[in-house]
Design a binder for this molecule. Structure first.
Ligand code: PA5
Length: 316
């Protein structure tokens, strides 16, 4: 099965691209744009750049439009695995019109044509994958663009060494959450990965899955637990990181206690690894396997996403 082979070999996708690097603080701001399996790359890079202390605003956009304040002097990184996603092409087009520095990342498609026609920087990732299974290639390409070469190599080594343990943990998690709607809670540092859990469960396991983030979820979401219907339908997973704000960590403990009082046993996880990058990618790789095993338990082939293809065709 192709999906399994791709997931199995994800660590190998973490390779340094030999490209000219960019210094983020040379721009007025940075915008990443992409959808679905490509959009996640911008979310993760935004977090990494902010953790590195970037001094300019960083946005990760999904949709057709650039905010009005994004002008000349900003950098736009347009990421579309296929190169044919209309929202991403629309933002790239707008960026060119406004005189932004635009860098395109894809395996080909219209985005490559635009880059060639307009003389833009273009980073090509290997073709013939499904977008969400090329996450490592796209993330490495964009990390390379910002000169984050050491972290790429560390991630690769770390995922290779942890794969056995990750697969075992993922299998146990999939056994626990099967027949429930998984609800994945993140923190400011794990939010993009919590979102990746949702999208991977959606696409690979063909199952609904939702996310919410601390501390915001302590101001609304938790009230929804009063109704036993919620408790019977959902299984909860909490992702956090040791570098989260101390009050966020306290809130993770409180959430756990709250769940226990309700007779629920949330799965509370932190990534393993010495650096934030390693820990977040550990959690992301864990999810690839959880969603894969869930698909197996439900009898689905994780690869096809027929309804996404149908919607794209309907828009043509
Ligand atoms: O995983 C998928 O197939 C989707 O989420 C796609 O990534 C999404 O539709 C956007 O396509 P692309 O990544 O080719 O821009």
């Amino acid at each position: 099965m192709k999906a399994q082979e791709w997931i199995e070999r994800l660590p190998e996708q973490f390779v340094v691209y030999e490209i000219t690097t960019i210094s983020p603080n040379d721009y007025r701001g940075i915008v990443f744009t992409g959808m679905g399996g490509s959009g996640i790359v911008g979310d993760v890079l935004k977090l990494f750049l902010e953790k590195d202390g970037v001094r300019v605003p960083v946005l990760s956009l999904r949709g057709y439009e650039l905010p009005p304040y994004v002008r000349e002097g900003w950098l736009l990184v347009a990421i579309s695995y296929s190169g044919n996603t209309e929202e991403t092409l629309s933002v790239a087009d707008e960026g060119i019109k406004r005189g932004l520095k635009v860098v395109c990342v894809s395996s080909g498609g219209k985005l490559r044509e635009v880059a060639q026609r307009e003389g833009l920087d273009f980073v090509e990732v290997p073709s013939n994958y499904a977008p969400r299974y090329a996450f490592g290639f796209m993330l490495s390409a964009v990390m390379s663009l910002f000169g984050k070469k050491d972290p790429i190599e560390r991630i690769r080594k770390h995922l290779e060494e942890s794969k056995g343990e990750i697969k075992e943990t993922a299998y146990r998690i999939a056994q626990v959450v099967q027949n429930y709607i998984p609800i994945v809670y993140g923190t400011p540092l794990t939010e993009p990965i919590a979102f990746r859990w949702k999208t991977q469960v959606n696409e690979n396991s063909k199952t609904l899955c939702y996310t919410a983030t601390l501390p915001e979820l302590h101001h609304n979401e938790v009230v929804g637990l009063d109704n036993p219907i919620t408790r019977n339908l959902c299984h909860f997973i909490i992702l956090w990181d040791p570098e989260d704000h101390p009050r966020v960590k306290r809130r993770v403990q409180i959430t756990e206690e709250l769940f226990k009082e309700l007779g629920l046993a949330p799965i509370v996880l932190q990534g393993k690894g010495d650096t934030l990058e390693e820990r977040l990618l550990y959690l992301a790789y864990l999810e690839d396997w959880v969603s894969f095993y869930l698909a197996e338990f439900y009898g689905y082939d994780p690869l096809p996403v027929k309804v996404i293809d149908r919607i794209k065709e309907a828009l043509n």
